[in-house]
Design a protein around this ligand. Structure first.
Ligand code: ADP
Ligand code: ASP
Ligand code: MG
Length: 454
């Protein structure tokens, strides 16, 4: 068995879905299980609908709901023509969109949006796309069977970033997916969405379809997990930011996770972990160019001093200063305990004898955690920062690559600098607007025409 996951652009319209079908057709012998994202842009539209309706802009929100109805119906008609299957599918999708419209109205009445209602609304993207893909695959001669992801992806109730329950997922995958796949049928389910044991809809966080695919792959010990997307694989940098980014044919799991965590959105940061644990190879491939080699992510991969450059903005830098920290045992534990209690995940850390600086991605917990942090010392907050990461197997060896990275920063103000313990990642916190230019300079330094190492 293999898991084949298609991202938003790879199921973004009728042509893309047909391309996905022809990819799956070539994999039939390998007993594929298909995981799909919402059509490109749909999750963003759904989250905007929730916010809009809760803010009282019901007319605008309902207009967007109708826009989603039209888009899904139109692609269904392009895929299936004027057929009975099309009428049936459109009936099902329309019923879902009616439910979505009711939910939207309810949020408007309540005037408030909770993480639980956000997940309920966000889940419609994958609910719709998975039904559409099943009908299209059948039309192309594939024996596709829809499976409700919420029966498989069992999670806790941390809405908007739910934690998967690996044992329950494993049991459900064995029960609901494996028999279909073994029987030559093709289970198709939405990624990203799940449900609690009390049947409340949850999501795994943005980009979570990769994570769904990896969890299912790990649960069923599949031969491989294929992540089909809109670029040739993992590249030396985000091609939307850096011209001339090059394909990495092979990347180590550790490097791939660092890159994903620091902005290489091509893979969800958690997606690799379930696969690493059980040694399943993960491929990243381009659904527009299925003949390409893509990137193979494995435990063992060739080591290069510098593998790639990643970056992200929208980062919050927190500085905590306290003379009390001087020689105080347990201070770090107390500090990190605050973040742990508020479930705020810390990305980069640097310390001195009397201060600690750290960054968080998700500032939504900041207001809640600040009072606790202030009890420990003076706190300052710097929003709109960004992180640039140089990832490689042994950056610090010999000092040459570090020196080149720092030189490439030139006169850019750096607010924090950190080298990971294994020398795999040099992270720099800069102003948000400097992320892209710094990425380009570093890429030119390490991968440009005149670069020596790469
Ligand atoms: P999907 O909808 O298929 O999941 P995403 O938009 O989540 O696709 O991820 C693919 C995008 O990731 C690419 O279009 C690219 O802009 C971005 N990206 C960021 N960093 C990298 C990188 N190092 N290599 C490849 N793509 C990257
Ligand atoms: N549709 C979800 C998102 O846009 C999940 C995914 O595409 O991986 O975040
Ligand atoms: Mg993605």
């Amino acid at each position: 068995m293999i898991v084949v996951k298609f991202g938003g652009t790879s199921v973004g319209d009728a042509e893309a879905i047909e391309r996905a079908a022809s990819i799956v057709l070539t994999k039939r012998e390998r007993h594929p299980i298909v995981v799909v994202s919402a059509m490109a842009g749909v999750t963003n539209a759904l989250l905007a609908i929730a916010e809009q309706s809760a803010r009282g802009q019901l007319i605008g929100a309902i207009r967007s709901v109708e826009g989603l109805r039209e888009r899904h119906m139109q692609e269904a008609e392009r895929l299936l023509g004027d057929t009975e299957e099309c009428a049936e599918l459109c009936g099902e999708m329309s019923a879902m969109i009616d439910e979505l419209a009711h939910l939207t109205e309810a949020l408007n009445t309540l005037g408030d949006v909770t993480p639980r209602s956000l997940d309920a609304i966000a889940s419609y993207g994958e609910q719709l796309s998975s039904q559409l893909v099943v009908a299209a695959f059948r039309r192309c001669g594939l024996p596709a069977e829809h499976v409700d992801a919420r029966d498989v992806m069992i999670t806790d109730d941390a809405f908007t970033r739910a934690e998967p329950n690996v044992d329950a997922i494993s049991e459900a995958s064995q029960r609901l997916l494996a028999p279909l796949a073994r029987d030559g049928r093709i289970p198709v389910l939405g990624g990203f969405i799940g449900s609690t044991t009390r049947h409340l809809t949850t999501t795994l966080g943005r980009g979570g379809s990769d994570y769904s695919a990896a969890l299912i792959g790990a649960a069923l010990q599949t031969e491989a997990i294929e992540i089909w997307t809109d670029v040739d694989g993992m590249l030396t940098a985000d091609p939307r930011v850096v011209d001339g980014a090059r394909l990495l044919e092979r990347v180590g799991f550790d490097e791939a996770s660092e890159l994903a965590s620091f902005g290489a959105k091509v893979l969800h940061p958690m997606a690799i972990y379930p696969a690493v644990r059980v040694g399943i190879p993960v491929y990243v491939l381009n659904s527009r160019r299925p003949e390409g080699k893509g990137t193979l992510i494995t435990f063992e991969a060739p080591r290069r001093p510098v593998t790639a450059i990643a970056g992200k903005s929208g980062v919050t830098l927190i500085r905590l200063r306290t003379p009390r920290m001087l020689l105080t045992e347990g201070f770090m534990r107390t500090t990190f305990d605050v973040f742990h209690r508020h479930r705020a995940s810390v990305d980069v850390v640097a310390t001195s004898e009397v201060s600690v600086s750290l960054t968080i991605d998700d500032a939504s917990r900041l207001d809640a955690l600040l009072p606790d942090l202030r009890e420990l010392g003076d706190v300052s907050i710097e929003r709109s920062r960004g992180i640039v990461a140089v990832v490689g197997a042994d950056l610090s060896a010999g000092g040459e690559h570090m020196a080149r990275a720092l030189r490439a920063l030139s006169d850019t103000p750096v607010h924090m600098l950190s080298l990971s313990a294994t020398g795999i990642n040099l992270t720099m916190v800069v102003d948000g607007e400097h992320v892209a230019p710094v990425m380009r300079r570093l890429h030119e330094e390490f991968f440009g025409d005149g670069a020596l190492s790469s």
